[in-house]
Design a protein around this ligand. Structure first.
Ligand code: HEC
Ligand code: HEC
Length: 460
């Protein structure tokens, strides 16, 4: 092999040398080394997460209550001004003292499941098919007209509205349920100076045309992982990545430093979350058989569960995993985001973070896998049964977003197979980035073994 590389080097130059060496390296799984994390206090972290001012601009409180339906659930048992807000919004004081409402992490990282709020479960019911620019413009027009004492309301909302106005028109998905946070991150940095984090009207990065759809990963998996995100590119201090939502409204690095000083606690909280237990009876005989099959066929990538846990932290290259490639290829076809981040404020100080791209995906821990449908990084497969049998994966499938209905046997969403994608509730696997192919490891098992593995997966 070495000779071949050298030969190529001589005949075609350095570029060929690099790409070939890259390919050789990525033909087998790559272990991810651990990186040091800050310690924190989980209880403080939870409080900050659901009441903290990591966003310091938003919609004035009274206006928000007028414009939204009052939420009487108070799932988080919050008091004071937060009592009337749904779990995914927080009332915070803007720097000028005005009370505003800002979205919080639970927009994407919590879901109401069977009438209970599960914090840490990725929200697979969010709707990015709507353009919210109109709403932002309306709010702006109204607030700008306020005079006298009321003028402070516009001042408190300005950063938030500017951000939403800029982002909304480019953040529209063709179907409900998929998340566009990757593109959101891209948009947020494209208007900011990497060193000072200051906002500029001008878009300073060339944006990719394509929006990458993802299914939000469950928070309880992070404690086992040495790297964040589906392609494992989040390395170094995890708190730094967690606080990146603050880019929505941050004004300068002094504010970023202040917000950052809470995210060791938020990480401690995230690491304290356990997955919900499967609530129905389990066939113990089948599950125990499933465990042996799993340990023979799946553990080398996904680890072992139970008394003694093991998790190998492996990146699986494209040539082996063969699932939709848009998410990781975007890092190579559009390296602007990675370049911005790797020379930004986030890489400075005594707990820096950095992005290290890879052509493939991390093999995730499978704790609580029964409740995290749909599956694969893009949410293209509705049930576990279909993850393990590629023949069962529907090309077009529709679930209900009004009355979400879960199937505890398959486990996954109840869905209808469709002939084509006729509305925005039909998942269309023929779109770029939405492919449901690859990860065909279950196809090699007998039907009985697959059933047994599913019974076992319910116990994780
Ligand atoms: C707009 C939706 C959205 C918001 C808001 C959001 N996230 Fe995320 N988050 C995502 C998506 C999508 C991913 C997966 C992206 C990927 O891997 O490519 C993710 C990934 C993560 C992960 C990594 C999990 C893993 O196993 O790798 C953590 C932890 C996390 N977010 C925490 C937070 C915190 C804390 C906040 C608030 C400060 C937050 N997120 C706000 C959508 C969101
Ligand atoms: C060669 C490594 C490898 C093997 C072997 C493997 N997997 Fe995976 N698995 C992965 C990777 C990587 C992903 C993420 C793929 C993606 O999202 O595109 C994944 C994803 C999954 C998911 C979806 C996770 C989610 O949250 O959406 C399930 C379920 C799963 N695997 C179960 C299994 C089972 C059961 C077996 C054994 C029959 C198995 N895997 C064998 C690497 C592997």
């Amino acid at each position: 092999m070495k000779k071949l590389i050298v030969l190529f080097f001589i005949s075609t130059g350095c570029f060929a040398f690099v790409t070939i060496a890259d390919q050789f390296r990525e033909d087998s799984p790559v272990p991810i080394p651990p990186s040091k994390q800050r310690r924190g206090n989980a209880e403080k972290g939870f409080n900050y997460l659901v009441t903290g001012d990591y966003l310091k601009s938003g919609i004035p409180y009274s206006m928000f209550l007028l414009g939204s339906q009052r939420d009487t659930n108070n799932f988080l048992q919050r008091s004071g001004n937060n009592k009337n807000l749904s779990h995914d919004f927080t009332a915070v004081k803007a720097p000028n003292g005005e009370l505003v409402v800002a979205p919080n992490c639970l927009q994407c990282h919590a879901q109401v499941f069977e009438n209970k709020l599960v914090v840490g479960l990725g929200n697979s019911l969010s709707d990015y098919t709507i353009n919210r620019e109109g709403t932002a413009l309306m709010a702006e027009r109204f607030l700008k007209n306020l005079k006298g004492e009321q003028a402070t309301k516009y001042e408190a909302a300005r950063d938030f509205i500017t951000s939403i106005k800029t982002i909304a028109p480019s953040l529209i998905a063709p179907i409900k349920g998929v998340n566009l946070a990757d593109h959101l991150a891209y948009l947020l940095v494209s208007h900011r100076d990497p060193k000072t984090l200051q906002w500029s009207e001008k878009n300073m990065l060339k944006l990719p045309d394509e929006l990458i759809p993802t299914d939000v990963p469950a928070w309880w998996l992070l404690k086992k992982k040495n790297a964040m995100f589906y392609n494992g590119f989040g390395r170094g201090d995890f708190g730094r990545f967690l606080m990146a939502s603050n880019l929505l409204t941050v004004t300068d690095t002094a504010e970023a430093r202040e917000v950052d000083s809470h995210f060791n606690d938020v990480l401690a909280y995230i690491n304290s979350i356990e997955p919900p237990k499967y609530p129905k009876p389990i066939n113990e005989v089948a599950a125990s058989k499933g465990r042996s099959v799993f340990e023979a066929s799946c553990s080398k990538c996904h680890g072992k569960y139970g008394e003694v846990e093991e998790y190998p932290n492996l990146l699986i290259p494209a040539s082996i995993i063969k699932t939709d490639s848009l998410l990781y290829t975007a890092n190579y076809s559009n390296p602007q985001f990675i370049n911005w981040f790797n020379k930004s404020w986030f890489t400075t100080g005594n707990h820096p973070a950095k992005l290290v791209p890879f052509r493939g995906y991390i093999a995730p821990p499978l704790d609580g896998i029964w409740v995290t449908a749909p599956y694969l990084h893009n949410g293209s497969v509705p049930t576990l049964e279909a993850v393990l049998n590629t023949k069962l994966r529907p090309k077009f499938w529709q679930r209900s977003f009004n009355k979400p209905s879960y199937n505890y046997e398959t486990p996954g969403w109840n869905f209808e197979v469709k002939e084509s994608a006729t509305n925005n509730e039909t998942y269309n696997t023929t779109l770029r980035g939405y492919g449901n192919y690859g990860h065909d490891f279950g196809d090699r098992l007998s039907q009985d073994d697959r059933k047994a593995v599913i019974e076992y997966l319910k116990t994780l």
